[in-house]
Unconditional design. Structure first.
Length: 244
């Protein structure tokens, strides 16, 4: 299927018969490699990566994606240099402050997935402000996975069950799902990873059990609307059987 045809004339919107995933998840990989290929400092790559989020969010809203989940900072990323970690934290705070009015105007509700209590007070305040300012958004939910680890998420869900004194017989898939960071949201239909690697790196391991996987060689800063349209067109061609 031609991506432009799948997304409508000029790629501006979905064709009448296009299959639009309800929930798209993205591992935004390749910022540092993008910068290094251009002889730029790593920070320029991360800044470019933040800028690349906006058109993808806007396009998701336009075509009717209900939930977009982006992997912004993993708990494993703490092992990077202190300078890089500080830069990433600063970029998050700035992005939330700068983008919140635009997201609220578009009807996008922001949620943050991860161990937020481990972040600095300033970062937590920025997150809380963004969540409150967009709380009434009804067109799309934007989940930002920050200080996130899927294994940690599952551990936290199980700890919640134990703290509630749950009987072992009550520990069902539904009970665990209800205590994940994504509680109340449908599982992702499509999981995209940019940057060329073909793994999901501790991202939504529980929720992505039946997600369609799409791997793209482009580094995240180069993942534009056209590349997104290609991923969506590929998804639209797939037969989802869910084990049947």
């Amino acid at each position: 299927m031609d991506p432009a045809a799948a997304m409508g004339s000029g790629g501006a919107g979905p064709a009448a018969d296009a299959v639009v995933p309800r929930h798209v998840a993205i591992i935004m990989d390749g910022n540092r490699r993008w910068a290094r290929e251009r002889g730029l400092p790593d920070g320029r790559g991360h800044s470019a990566g933040v800028e690349a989020i906006r058109p993808i969010v806007e396009h998701s809203v336009e075509i009717g994606v209900e939930i977009l989940t982006i992997y912004a900072f993993s708990r494993e990323n703490w092992s990077r240099t202190s300078d890089e970690v500080s830069l990433l934290m600063g970029l998050l705070e700035s992005a939330i402050r700068d983008e919140t009015p635009r997201l609220a105007k578009q009807g996008v509700r922001v949620r943050v997935l991860g161990r937020i209590d481990e972040l600095s007070e300033g970062t937590r305040t920025a997150i809380d402000d963004g969540i409150r300012a967009t709380a009434h958004g009804a067109r799309m939910t934007l989940n930002v996975a920050f200080n996130y680890s899927s294994r940690t998420e599952i551990v936290d869900a199980v700890r919640g069950l134990i703290a509630e004194g749950a009987d072992p017989a009550a520990v069902t898939e539904e009970a665990v799902t209800a205590r994940l960071y994504t509680a109340g949201l449908p599982d992702p239909d499509l999981l995209i990873r940019t940057g060329g690697d073909q793994r999901i790196s501790n991202f939504l391991l529980w929720q992505a059990a039946y997600a369609e996987l799409y791997f793209c060689d482009r580094f995240w800063p180069d993942f534009d609307r056209a590349a997104y349209a290609e991923a969506l067109a590929d998804f639209a061609q797939r037969a989802r059987r869910f084990g049947r």
